[in-house]
Ligand binder design. Structure first.
Ligand SMILES: Cc1cc2nc3c(=O)[nH]c(=O)nc-3n(C[C@H](O)[C@H](O)[C@H](O)COP(=O)(O)OP(=O)(O)OC[C@H]3O[C@@H](n4cnc5c(N)ncnc54)[C@H](O)[C@@H]3O)c2cc1C
Length: 470
């Protein structure tokens, strides 16, 4: 009888369980939190209050692991936003023109996403869930992990034995300490921290916003030497919007109502603040800090029988919205390795190397952007200079007007292709030639999305409605 134990039942834990369920007799997920029976916030997932985009590459990986999951999400009200058509984007180089193409993002609340994934995963008869049970350490020695030590309901510590233990306990995982307790060396860790902070709030969209209301992304500018400030508005299920205001060290968004709205209004475009006039706030403004990029090199030391994936292995600044997709890529890498070699000697090391490789391109993207914000803290030696930033700005400017370049760039941003693959010869030539069109004015950009004018024109009436319905 083979048995796998998964630490944590979040996104990575559920996906890891399904990834190996066909190849073991039993999988046990051990979760310290208690799951709600419907899509609802929970204590163990504080980021659940904040906006989450599941990019196309991650959505496809999710469907490979758990077929038809995105269909279920859409049936529950999640939105399928084609980026070129339903996402208004203001980059440091200006507003993007709309373009045809496949790059897409799934938007809905994180509680809905997790609820649907959880239900799908737990329908596998080999997977068992133990809730309100906290893993406090590992058993085994420096050469092999043989199980986990668990505390539950204030009772005595117990041991759950397993042929494979997967740490999917998220960004607060204690694996480095647990491994040194077994006699292993410290896990090497890379960090780069631009001091990003989120302040987010949910809203009931005004009645004038239709079902196909677009999302908005205002990207923080990393090229000015000043702290970056950005924002996002995403349509969620049940006619809700979720709005994130984002700032790097030195420009953190406030969490009081007036300061928060002032921050939204002081962006390079006040469009989000304008659209909120007729929306009804749902709940308080919530802050999230401590959003450094951090990766731990478990692939250099993992003992037999132990694998780490999801945020526990690599946590990226959520500004790039890649964490859930990378969790799915990691679970797919684990599945492929188990399928290829079964539970043979060296499985953990090989799987961990593939998991690290699957996340590597997105690590490079995140640190390649964040390193240019002021007052960055890092233990990395960074190569390349201002010429890289200049080239990125030129590329970004052409993206705003060149459909093929936009399709390639957003295919990479949505994790469908790697950034290296987007740099084809014709697109490099287009970048060298530079922009051909004048930048869009804010009015021209906003006029591309009739949904905006519908809400902006109706704002006073909507505002009266929202005040009575709040
Ligand atoms: C503000 C914010 C916004 C984000 N936006 C996006 C986005 O737009 N798109 C995107 O792709 N990603 C986004 N992310 C990242 C995303 O939330 C994570 O990448 C993702 O949740 C990682 O999944 P995970 O399973 O590794 O960790 P989690 O989802 O954090 O799950 C870890 C689980 O382990 C449990 N656990 C912890 N310790 C123990 C223990 N000792 N014993 C048992 N159980 C334990 C926890 O209760 C939890 O259920 C965002 C993150 C933040 C902070």
């Amino acid at each position: 009888m083979t048995h796998a134990a998964i630490i944590g039942g979040g996104m990575a834990g559920m996906l890891a369980a399904t990834a190996i369920a066909r190849h073991v007799d039993r999988v046990t997920i051990i979760e310290s939190d208690t799951f709600p029976s419907s899509p609802a916030q929970r204590r163990g997932l504080p980021q659940g209050h904040h906006n989450h985009m599941l990019f196309g590459g991650g959505a496809m990986a999710l469907d490979t692991l758990l077929p038809k999951t995105t269909d279920l999400l859409y049936a529950h009200g999640a939105h399928h936003l084609r980026i070129g058509e339903r996402m208004a984007m203001l980059s440091p180089q200006g507003w993007s023109r709309r373009f045809d193409g496949d790059p897409f993002v799934v938007t809905c609340s994180r509680p809905l996403l997790d609820h649907v994934v959880r239900r799908q995963a737990l329908s596998y008869h080999r997977i068992t869930l133990i809730q309100s049970a906290k893993v406090v350490g590992l058993t085994g020695d420096a050469s092999r992990v043989t199980g986990v030590r668990v505390e539950r309901d204030g009772g005595p510590e117990e041991t759950i034995e397993a042929d494979l233990v997967v740490d999917a306990a998220g960004r607060r995982s204690d694996s480095p300490r647990w491994l040194t307790d077994l006699g292993l060396p410290e896990v090497a860790e890379d960090t780069l921290d631009a001091g990003f902070a989120y302040a987010g709030r949910s809203f009931l969209a005004p009645p004038s916003a239709g079902d196909d209301f677009p999302g908005i992304l205002i990207q923080a500018d990393n090229s000015t030497g000043e702290p970056g400030r950005g924002a996002a508005l995403l349509p969620n299920e049940d006619g809700r919007w979720i709005v994130a205001l984002i700032g790097t060290r030195g420009a953190h968004p406030p969490t009081d109502e007036e300061g928060w709205l002032d921050f939204a209004r002081s962006m390079r475009s006040p469009i989000i603040a304008d659209l909120l006039v007729g929306a009804t706030p749902l709940g308080e403004i919530r802050a999230y800090r401590g959003l450094a990029n951090r990766r731990r090199h478990f692939e250099r030391i993992v003992p037999e029988g132990f694998v780490v994936l999801g945020d526990a292995a690599m946590t990226l600044n959520p500004n790039y919205a890649t964490g859930m997709s990378i969790s799915a890529f990691g679970a797919l890498a684990l599945r492929e390795e188990v399928e290829r070699t079964g539970f043979t000697e060296g499985l953990a090391r090989r799987a961990q190397q593939r998991i690290a490789k699957a996340g590597e391109p997105w690590w490079e993207v995140a640190i390649g952007q964040d390193r240019w914000f002021p007052n960055v803290r890092t233990n990395l030696t960074l190569r390349g200079g201002a010429s890289q930033l200049k080239m990125a700005a030129r590329w970004g400017r052409v993206v705003t007007e060149h459909p093929a370049m936009a399709r390639a760039t957003y295919s990479a941003a949505s994790l469908v292709i790697t950034p290296k693959k987007m740099m084809t010869l014709p697109l490099l030539v287009a970048m060298m030639r530079g922009p051909k069109l004048p930048p869009l004015t804010a009015e021209e950009a906003i006029a591309q999305y009739p949904g905006f004018s519908g809400v902006l024109d109706a704002a006073p009436a909507d505002s009266a409605v929202s005040q009575t319905s709040a």
